[in-house]
Unconditional design. Structure first.
Length: 295
């Protein structure tokens, strides 16, 4: 049985850890509110922008000439993996890494064997995980979350777009956590390039039934709209991941605080039992000594 001093030391240690987890939960809750507001405001804009692009490009020949819609034989792949910079957020980062590895093994196994799969890491945890596994990792935008802004994410999107247009990559996909609520994050894998039109038949039917007046010209609208939609797509993914991270960390710290509380109960019970045993032993020794003297 552990001594009273050891048990007191463990109680003090667990109590200190519990205070830290409580503080981290409060910090995560404060950050989550801001991150949640940002993604809730972004979702309708991103959705409408995508719908607008699909509607306009369905009946526009110029959209088909865009370098971002060129479908080529897949030889070189870029995966944009969005994770966090820090841990202590449960399985948040592990799930993203597992999803990305699944995509590679199921879709791009041959390219991976030839070393033609590159990871663009947004977040340090993802960069570290794939570097350990021997993948080529682009860490240019690893510190995006240190000062999260549209400008920083736009630079990453423009880099991927430029390399795709020049033929350096044949496909670009994004792997990230979508925020549902504090306790739930959904893994999403989205193809960024080449652009894939959603429900093309219905979109083309709608476009054929409507006569559009383009102002400015159709060419200018298509040329401006496609790159902007791609940048917003990546920015939305990063905002989703940011909110998901804080939600996952809040949940993890709440669970850690509860576990610390349960452990404290057990340690205090052990402490009381140990203390009672020590007192009983001392009493027995005193009684034994007194009887010996009397005899």
């Amino acid at each position: 049985m552990a001594s009273l001093k050891e048990v007191r030391s463990r109680i003090a240690s667990v109590n200190s850890t519990q205070q830290i987890t409580k503080a981290m939960k409060m910090v995560a809750a404060a950050k989550l509110r801001r991150a949640q507001d940002a993604i809730i405001q972004m979702r309708p804009y991103a959705q409408k922008l995508g719908e607008m692009l699909g509607t306009v490009s369905a009946g526009a020949e110029l959209a088909g000439e865009s370098p971002y819609k060129r479908v080529r034989a897949v030889e070189r792949v870029l995966l944009i993996v969005v994770t966090s910079d820090r841990g202590l957020c449960g399985a948040f980062n592990t799930n993203v890494v597992k999803a990305a590895l699944t995509v590679i093994s199921e879709r791009y196994a041959d390219q991976a064997r030839r070393g033609n799969v590159e990871i663009l890491a947004i977040g340090k945890k993802g960069a570290e995980a794939f570097a350990r596994r021997g993948f080529k990792v682009n860490t240019t935008y690893i510190d995006t979350f240190a000062s999260l802004s549209f400008g920083r994410v736009r630079a990453a999107a423009e880099d991927a777009m430029q390399r795709f247009a020049s033929g350096q990559y044949d496909v670009v996909e994004i792997v990230y956590n979508e925020f549902k609520n504090v306790a739930t994050q959904i893994i999403r894998v989205e193809q960024m390039l080449p652009i894939v039109s959603t429900s093309p038949n219905s979109t083309r039917t709608k476009a054929s039934n409507v006569n559009y007046i383009f102002e400015p010209s159709e060419e200018e609208i298509i040329t401006e709209l496609i790159p902007k939609t791609l940048k917003i797509q990546l920015y939305k993914a990063v905002l989703e991941s940011n909110a998901s991270e804080h939600g996952a960390r809040m949940t993890a710290m709440d669970k850690a605080t509860e576990n610390a509380g349960e452990l404290l109960k057990e340690l205090r019970l052990v402490y009381n039992r140990t203390r009672q045993a020590a007192i009983t032993k001392e009493i027995l020794e005193i009684v034994g000594g007194a009887e010996a003297l009397a005899g």
